[in-house]
Each structure stands twice: as structure tokens, then as C-alpha cells.
Design a protein around this ligand. Structure first.
Ligand SMILES: [Zn+2]
Length: 264
């Protein structure tokens, strides 16, 4: 049987329960459709969390933890949106000790600089992946009126303003939304490149921008990781030739590199 990651399922359950019950108004208006699955009660959610953890420890005996008792050695730093539909299982790799994850609404660099510094400069990982996703409620909210949100949410949406201000506003709302998701990835890659210019120039770090597309907006299939930016390069034909992709075969490259929007 294919190995599953109960802990990730547990996190998904918790995040879904929290987000679906506490989703802010602007996000509810713009970013969320009616949930397709029933929402668990608080009691059922904690039960699922504890039972899920038991499954996790049953599935992973004590030796699972041998390799990282005193330190971590991840090779990938990911800045992802907090959205409950986005999790590290999309990479298909064991996340424990392999993926250093920073999450916030809108997968932003500016609001998580210290955490990213830790991943890139202290661990240090060779890849920094900025991961946007289709149907991102933060981007949709930033495109509209979020003046009624909390101070904290407004502060984190304000930092997306340059992305929204720079769009040409052509096309329908859904098309603009999708393009802004990708443009935000480009914007965050640019911010990261400014922070880590020294490491990029020394060839110690590659900044990759990608969209996790569970809506099949890019025509690659639901759930695909679509690379849209490498070290600021956004033209798909040039991304395809980037040396960091040299271990991918042609089919993998074609299936995982694309673009919906020109860079800002
Ligand atoms: Zn999002």
C-alpha cells in the first residue's frame, strides 16, 4: 500500500475545521465556495487529531525519529499559503526532516522574513520554493475591499497591494485572480532574490516560484506543481533550460513548467 502521511492528514483536518468555521468575511466572499465535505465539530476534530497521531506513531515506529533527534537536515525551504488545501504531500516525499515549511496567507516573504532566513541561511537549504496556489483566497481578498477585516489580516493583505496595483485588470474576475496568483509568486521571488542575492550569486541557492494547481488552470491536470519562475526567469522556454531542472526528463519539464501571466 502506498505510504500515507497521517500527520499531514491530521493537519489538514485541523486546518480545514479552523478555516471553515473561522474564515474571514472577505475570504468567504471571494475565496471560498460552499464546502464540498461536511465540517466536523470541535470534539470530533480533536478526536480525529489524537487518533490520527496514534496512527502516525503506529505507522512510524521509534526508529523513524532516529535520524533527527538532535538536528534537522532539510534540503527544501517552502514558503506556502496557509490554505488548508495546500500541503507538503503534493511533493510526494517524506516531509519529516526534508522540508522546512513557512506558511502564511498569500505565501509571502515580507511577513515571514526571519523564518525564511533560518531555512536559507542557517540550515541551509539549496532551494527556496515560493508556492502559490489556484483559488487563493488571500489574493482574491486583496483584489477587493477588505477594510472590514481585522487589523492583523489587513496588515498581511496590505503587503500584497503592489501585486494587485500592477495588474492590467483585463479579462474577467476569475482570469484576473488566477493571473494575480502567479504574479504574486513572481513578486515574492523577486523579494527573496533581493534578500539572498549573495547566496544566489555564489550558486548556493536557487529561488523557484510555482503554483500548486488543484483547479487545472494550467491544463496540466488537477494537483500539478507548475513551475513559473526560476531565479526571476519567467519565460517557460527559458525556465525549461535552467540547469536546476537537468535531472528532469523532457516529459516532466513539459508537464511542470508553464505560465498564465507575464511577470510584473
Ligand atoms: Zn492562499
Amino acid at each position: 500500500m502506498k505510504k500515507m502521511y497521517p500527520f499531514t492528514r491530521l493537519a489538514t483536518t485541523l486546518a480545514c475545521a479552523v478555516l471553515l468555521t473561522c474564515v474571514p468575511a472577505a475570504f468567504a466572499e471571494h475565496g471560498q465556495d460552499t464546502p464540498a465535505v461536511p465540517v466536523k465539530s470541535a470534539e470530533a476534530t480533536i478526536k480525529a487529531a489524537v487518533s490520527g497521531n496514534d496512527q502516525f506513531t503506529n505507522h512510524n515506529d521509534s526508529h523513524h525519529f532516529d535520524g533527527f533527534q538532535t538536528g534537522q537536515t532539510p534540503t527544501l525551504t517552502v514558503v506556502a499559503c496557509s490554505d488548508s488545501r495546500v500541503h507538503t504531500q503534493l511533493f510526494g516525499m517524506e516531509p519529516d526532516n526534508n522540508i522546512f515549511v513557512i506558511r502564511n496567507i498569500g505565501n509571502q516573504v515580507k511577513t515571514a522574513e526571519g523564518s525564511i532566513d533560518y531555512g536559507v541561511r542557517h540550515l541551509p537549504t539549496k532551494i527556496l520554493l515560493i508556492l502559490g496556489h489556484s483559488s487563493c483566497g488571500a489574493i482574491k481578498a486583496a483584489m477587493g475591499d477588505y477594510s472590514g477585516e481585522t487589523k492583523g489580516i489587513k496588515a498581511e493583505l496590505d503587503t500584497l497591494k503592489p501585486v494587485i496595483a500592477a495588474e492590467d485588470k483585463s479579462g474577467d474576475i476569475n482570469g484576473r485572480w488566477s493571473k494575480n496568483v502567479e504574479r504574486n509568486v513572481d513578486y515574492q521571488v523577486k523579494a527573496a532574490m533581493e534578500l539572498y542575492k549573495d547566496k544566489i550569486q555564489a550558486n548556493e541557492l536557487t529561488v523557484v516560484g510555482a503554483v500548486y494547481d488543484f483547479n487545472d488552470l494550467y491544463g496540466k491536470g488537477r494537483g500539478k506543481l507548475v513551475i513559473t519562475n526560476i531565479n526571476g526567469e519567467t519565460a517557460p522556454n527559458k525556465i525549461m533550460d535552467h540547469p536546476v531542472l537537468k535531472e528532469l526528463n523532457r516529459g516532466e519539464i513539459v508537464n511542470h513548467v508553464s505560465s498564465l501571466a507575464p511577470a510584473l
